[in-house]
Design a binder for this molecule. Structure first.
Ligand code: FES
Length: 152
């Protein structure tokens, strides 16, 4: 929990900074486990239920482990009209998972968001921190195949 200490120290151990603290922790660990949230609650002297209601309110917090590749599909208006639903369907078909799920082999986690600020390049798919613009069913199929091949 060394990283937890440094993140809490960065925000002065203040409960007013709960959201940025939780964002930093998610960045560090990839997701927010119940154990981690309990630890934060204890250290900041807030109730576990207060933290839990916060992390369930904001869709951006992840309460389950993520796969090796976090695939984020933008479903904002610009991406939507340019074919993002078809791209999403193809990812679901290839991976066998739905939005918010992780494959059994922990290779992929799929999530959707509304606009990542790169509308001109839509539809956008982000794999971990790498942006892939102007995606289509064919391009995303190749992308998924490449990720599978890398991990055989
Ligand atoms: S709508 Fe997808 S990046 Fe803006």
């Amino acid at each position: 929990m060394e990283n937890l200490n440094s993140i809490l120290a960065k925000y002065g151990w203040g409960k007013m900074a709960l959201i940025p603290i939780l964002q930093d922790l998610q960045e560090e660990y990839g997701w927010l486990s119940e154990e981690l949230l309990d630890e934060v609650a204890q250290r900041l002297r807030v109730s576990s239920s207060e933290i839990f209601s916060m992390v369930t309110f904001y869709k951006s917090f992840r309460l389950k482990p993520v796969g090796k590749y976090l695939i984020t599909v933008c479903l904002g208006t610009a991406c939507h009209v340019r074919g993002a639903p078809d791209v999403l369907d193809e990812i679901k078909r290839r991976s066998g998972i739905k939005d918010g799920e992780t494959t059994k082999d922990n290779l992929f986690t799929l999530e959707t968001v509304n606009c990542v600020g790169a509308c001109a390049l839509g539809p956008i798919v982000i794999v971990n921190d790498e942006y892939h613009g102007l995606m289509s069913k064919v391009k995303v199929e190749k992308l998924i195949d490449q990720l599978y091949e890398k991990n055989q």
